[in-house]
Design a binder for this molecule. Structure first.
Ligand SMILES: Cc1cc2nc3c(=O)[nH]c(=O)nc-3n(C[C@H](O)[C@H](O)[C@H](O)COP(=O)(O)O)c2cc1C
Ligand SMILES: Cc1ncc(COP(=O)(O)O)c(CN)c1O
Length: 194
Protein backbone atom coordinates (compact mmCIF):
# COMPACT_ATOMS: atom_id res chain seq x y z
CA UNK A 1 0.00 0.00 0.00
CA UNK A 2 2.95 2.33 0.56
CA UNK A 3 4.03 1.76 -3.03
CA UNK A 4 0.45 2.21 -4.28
CA UNK A 5 0.21 5.45 -2.33
CA UNK A 6 3.36 6.78 -4.03
CA UNK A 7 2.07 5.97 -7.52
CA UNK A 8 -1.49 7.11 -6.87
CA UNK A 9 -0.23 10.42 -5.53
CA UNK A 10 1.93 10.84 -8.63
CA UNK A 11 -0.98 9.93 -10.94
CA UNK A 12 -3.09 12.60 -9.24
CA UNK A 13 -0.24 15.10 -9.41
CA UNK A 14 0.15 14.53 -13.17
CA UNK A 15 -3.41 15.75 -13.64
CA UNK A 16 -4.70 12.51 -15.12
CA UNK A 17 -8.45 12.48 -15.80
CA UNK A 18 -10.04 10.33 -13.08
CA UNK A 19 -6.92 8.56 -11.80
CA UNK A 20 -9.23 6.79 -9.34
CA UNK A 21 -11.18 5.07 -12.16
CA UNK A 22 -10.40 1.38 -12.08
CA UNK A 23 -11.60 -1.54 -14.16
CA UNK A 24 -13.09 -4.12 -11.82
CA UNK A 25 -13.45 -7.73 -12.94
CA UNK A 26 -15.76 -10.14 -11.16
CA UNK A 27 -16.60 -13.77 -11.74
CA UNK A 28 -20.16 -14.46 -12.78
CA UNK A 29 -21.98 -17.77 -12.45
CA UNK A 30 -20.32 -20.56 -14.42
CA UNK A 31 -16.97 -18.79 -14.24
CA UNK A 32 -17.66 -16.10 -16.85
CA UNK A 33 -15.68 -12.89 -16.26
CA UNK A 34 -17.23 -9.42 -16.37
CA UNK A 35 -15.48 -6.08 -16.13
CA UNK A 36 -16.66 -2.50 -15.61
CA UNK A 37 -15.26 0.79 -14.34
CA UNK A 38 -15.82 1.89 -10.73
CA UNK A 39 -14.27 4.71 -8.73
CA UNK A 40 -11.77 4.14 -5.95
CA UNK A 41 -13.06 6.10 -2.96
CA UNK A 42 -10.31 5.36 -0.47
CA UNK A 43 -7.55 2.97 0.43
CA UNK A 44 -5.46 2.06 3.43
CA UNK A 45 -3.57 -0.96 4.73
CA UNK A 46 -6.80 -2.96 4.85
CA UNK A 47 -7.59 -2.50 1.17
CA UNK A 48 -9.27 -0.52 -1.63
CA UNK A 49 -12.80 0.84 -1.23
CA UNK A 50 -15.48 1.48 -3.85
CA UNK A 51 -19.24 2.03 -3.70
CA UNK A 52 -22.09 0.62 -5.70
CA UNK A 53 -25.51 -1.01 -5.54
CA UNK A 54 -25.55 -4.41 -3.82
CA UNK A 55 -28.37 -5.53 -6.15
CA UNK A 56 -26.33 -4.77 -9.26
CA UNK A 57 -24.93 -7.47 -11.45
CA UNK A 58 -21.54 -7.13 -9.76
CA UNK A 59 -23.22 -7.22 -6.34
CA UNK A 60 -24.94 -10.47 -7.22
CA UNK A 61 -21.72 -11.91 -8.66
CA UNK A 62 -19.81 -11.05 -5.48
CA UNK A 63 -22.34 -12.89 -3.32
CA UNK A 64 -21.42 -16.10 -5.12
CA UNK A 65 -17.74 -15.44 -5.67
CA UNK A 66 -15.79 -12.71 -3.85
CA UNK A 67 -12.70 -12.97 -6.08
CA UNK A 68 -11.93 -9.80 -8.00
CA UNK A 69 -9.23 -8.30 -10.13
CA UNK A 70 -8.71 -4.59 -10.72
CA UNK A 71 -6.58 -2.54 -13.06
CA UNK A 72 -5.75 1.16 -12.94
CA UNK A 73 -4.97 2.19 -16.55
CA UNK A 74 -2.74 5.23 -16.18
CA UNK A 75 -1.80 5.53 -19.86
CA UNK A 76 -0.43 9.10 -19.90
CA UNK A 77 2.28 8.18 -17.42
CA UNK A 78 2.82 4.73 -18.94
CA UNK A 79 1.88 2.91 -15.79
CA UNK A 80 -0.64 0.36 -14.71
CA UNK A 81 -1.35 -1.19 -11.35
CA UNK A 82 -3.15 -4.53 -11.20
CA UNK A 83 -4.65 -5.94 -8.04
CA UNK A 84 -6.04 -9.38 -7.27
CA UNK A 85 -7.92 -10.19 -4.13
CA UNK A 86 -11.22 -10.69 -2.46
CA UNK A 87 -14.05 -8.20 -1.93
CA UNK A 88 -15.96 -7.92 1.33
CA UNK A 89 -18.83 -5.60 2.15
CA UNK A 90 -18.08 -2.49 4.15
CA UNK A 91 -19.81 -1.98 7.50
CA UNK A 92 -23.13 -0.13 7.80
CA UNK A 93 -21.22 2.67 9.51
CA UNK A 94 -18.73 3.03 6.66
CA UNK A 95 -21.58 2.99 4.13
CA UNK A 96 -23.59 5.61 6.01
CA UNK A 97 -20.55 7.82 6.46
CA UNK A 98 -19.75 7.81 2.75
CA UNK A 99 -23.38 8.14 1.59
CA UNK A 100 -23.70 11.29 3.71
CA UNK A 101 -20.86 12.94 1.76
CA UNK A 102 -22.52 12.42 -1.65
CA UNK A 103 -24.25 15.29 -3.46
CA UNK A 104 -28.03 15.50 -3.02
CA UNK A 105 -28.68 14.44 -6.62
CA UNK A 106 -26.52 11.33 -6.32
CA UNK A 107 -28.34 10.38 -3.13
CA UNK A 108 -31.72 10.71 -4.83
CA UNK A 109 -30.32 8.83 -7.82
CA UNK A 110 -29.42 5.90 -5.57
CA UNK A 111 -33.09 5.67 -4.56
CA UNK A 112 -34.27 6.03 -8.16
CA UNK A 113 -32.02 3.17 -9.29
CA UNK A 114 -33.13 0.54 -6.85
CA UNK A 115 -32.22 -2.38 -9.10
CA UNK A 116 -29.02 -1.26 -10.79
CA UNK A 117 -28.32 -3.35 -13.90
CA UNK A 118 -31.96 -4.45 -14.36
CA UNK A 119 -33.99 -3.37 -17.43
CA UNK A 120 -36.20 -0.27 -17.20
CA UNK A 121 -38.92 0.68 -19.68
CA UNK A 122 -37.48 4.01 -20.75
CA UNK A 123 -35.75 7.20 -19.60
CA UNK A 124 -39.11 8.67 -18.60
CA UNK A 125 -39.67 5.90 -16.04
CA UNK A 126 -36.30 6.65 -14.44
CA UNK A 127 -36.98 10.39 -14.33
CA UNK A 128 -40.38 9.79 -12.82
CA UNK A 129 -38.80 7.68 -10.08
CA UNK A 130 -36.21 10.41 -9.49
CA UNK A 131 -39.00 13.00 -9.18
CA UNK A 132 -40.95 10.82 -6.76
CA UNK A 133 -37.98 10.45 -4.46
CA UNK A 134 -37.18 14.17 -4.70
CA UNK A 135 -40.69 14.77 -3.34
CA UNK A 136 -40.38 12.02 -0.73
CA UNK A 137 -37.30 13.64 0.78
CA UNK A 138 -38.33 17.29 0.42
CA UNK A 139 -37.71 19.03 3.71
CA UNK A 140 -35.93 16.01 5.21
CA UNK A 141 -32.82 16.93 7.20
CA UNK A 142 -30.94 14.23 5.34
CA UNK A 143 -31.63 11.51 2.84
CA UNK A 144 -31.17 8.06 4.37
CA UNK A 145 -29.01 5.50 2.62
CA UNK A 146 -30.99 2.79 0.86
CA UNK A 147 -30.08 -0.54 2.47
CA UNK A 148 -29.11 -1.91 -0.95
CA UNK A 149 -26.51 0.82 -1.52
CA UNK A 150 -22.99 0.49 -0.15
CA UNK A 151 -19.41 -0.37 -0.70
CA UNK A 152 -16.80 -3.06 -0.73
CA UNK A 153 -13.25 -3.36 0.45
CA UNK A 154 -10.90 -5.25 -1.81
CA UNK A 155 -8.37 -7.15 0.30
CA UNK A 156 -5.40 -7.51 -2.01
CA UNK A 157 -3.39 -10.71 -2.15
CA UNK A 158 -1.31 -9.63 -5.13
CA UNK A 159 -0.44 -6.19 -6.53
CA UNK A 160 1.61 -5.61 -9.67
CA UNK A 161 3.22 -2.32 -10.65
CA UNK A 162 4.00 -1.88 -14.35
CA UNK A 163 6.12 0.94 -15.72
CA UNK A 164 6.37 1.20 -19.50
CA UNK A 165 9.91 1.62 -20.83
CA UNK A 166 11.72 1.72 -24.16
CA UNK A 167 12.01 -1.33 -26.40
CA UNK A 168 9.18 -3.08 -24.56
CA UNK A 169 11.69 -3.62 -21.73
CA UNK A 170 9.19 -2.62 -19.09
CA UNK A 171 9.67 -2.76 -15.35
CA UNK A 172 7.24 -5.03 -13.54
CA UNK A 173 7.18 -5.63 -9.82
CA UNK A 174 4.82 -8.12 -8.22
CA UNK A 175 3.97 -7.97 -4.53
CA UNK A 176 2.44 -11.14 -3.09
CA UNK A 177 1.07 -11.32 0.39
CA UNK A 178 2.94 -13.97 2.34
CA UNK A 179 1.34 -13.62 5.74
CA UNK A 180 -0.43 -11.24 8.03
CA UNK A 181 0.84 -10.97 11.55
CA UNK A 182 -1.29 -8.73 13.69
CA UNK A 183 -1.44 -5.43 11.88
CA UNK A 184 1.77 -6.12 9.92
CA UNK A 185 1.74 -7.62 6.45
CA UNK A 186 4.65 -9.48 4.88
CA UNK A 187 4.90 -9.17 1.09
CA UNK A 188 7.20 -11.09 -1.26
CA UNK A 189 8.45 -8.80 -4.03
CA UNK A 190 9.67 -10.10 -7.37
CA UNK A 191 10.67 -8.44 -10.63
CA UNK A 192 8.87 -9.99 -13.59
CA UNK A 193 9.98 -10.33 -17.15
CA UNK A 194 8.27 -7.70 -19.32
C1 LIG B 1 -15.73 6.57 -15.05
C2 LIG B 1 -16.83 5.69 -14.51
C3 LIG B 1 -16.95 5.54 -13.14
C4 LIG B 1 -17.93 4.72 -12.59
N1 LIG B 1 -17.98 4.57 -11.25
C5 LIG B 1 -18.90 3.74 -10.71
C6 LIG B 1 -18.91 3.49 -9.30
O1 LIG B 1 -18.05 3.97 -8.54
N2 LIG B 1 -19.88 2.68 -8.82
C7 LIG B 1 -20.82 2.10 -9.62
O2 LIG B 1 -21.67 1.39 -9.11
N3 LIG B 1 -20.81 2.30 -10.95
C8 LIG B 1 -19.87 3.10 -11.51
N4 LIG B 1 -19.85 3.28 -12.87
C9 LIG B 1 -20.83 2.53 -13.69
C10 LIG B 1 -20.30 1.09 -13.87
O3 LIG B 1 -19.29 1.07 -14.85
C11 LIG B 1 -21.39 0.09 -14.25
O4 LIG B 1 -22.06 0.49 -15.41
C12 LIG B 1 -22.41 -0.13 -13.14
O5 LIG B 1 -21.82 -0.16 -11.86
C13 LIG B 1 -23.19 -1.43 -13.35
O6 LIG B 1 -22.29 -2.50 -13.39
P1 LIG B 1 -22.76 -4.04 -13.27
O7 LIG B 1 -24.02 -4.17 -14.09
O8 LIG B 1 -21.64 -4.84 -13.82
O9 LIG B 1 -23.02 -4.31 -11.82
C14 LIG B 1 -18.85 4.07 -13.44
C15 LIG B 1 -18.72 4.21 -14.83
C16 LIG B 1 -17.72 5.01 -15.35
C17 LIG B 1 -17.59 5.12 -16.85
C1 LIG C 1 -24.03 4.53 -10.38
C2 LIG C 1 -22.82 5.07 -9.67
N1 LIG C 1 -22.69 4.83 -8.35
C3 LIG C 1 -21.63 5.29 -7.68
C4 LIG C 1 -20.64 6.02 -8.29
C5 LIG C 1 -19.44 6.46 -7.49
O1 LIG C 1 -19.77 7.10 -6.33
P1 LIG C 1 -20.09 8.68 -6.31
O2 LIG C 1 -21.34 8.88 -7.14
O3 LIG C 1 -20.32 8.95 -4.87
O4 LIG C 1 -18.92 9.42 -6.87
C6 LIG C 1 -20.73 6.31 -9.65
C7 LIG C 1 -19.66 7.12 -10.31
N2 LIG C 1 -19.69 7.23 -11.68
C8 LIG C 1 -21.85 5.80 -10.36
O5 LIG C 1 -21.99 6.02 -11.68
Amino acid sequence: MDQFHVWFTQARGEGLAEPNAMALATVEPRGVPRVRIVLLKGYDRAGFRFFTNYRSRKGRALLENPNVSVVFPWHPIRRQVSVSGRAERLSEEENDAYFRTRPHGSQVGAWASEYQSSPVRDRAELEERFGQYERTWTGAAEIPRPEYWGGYRILPSEVEFWQGRADRMHDRFRYRLRSEEGSGQLWDIERLSP
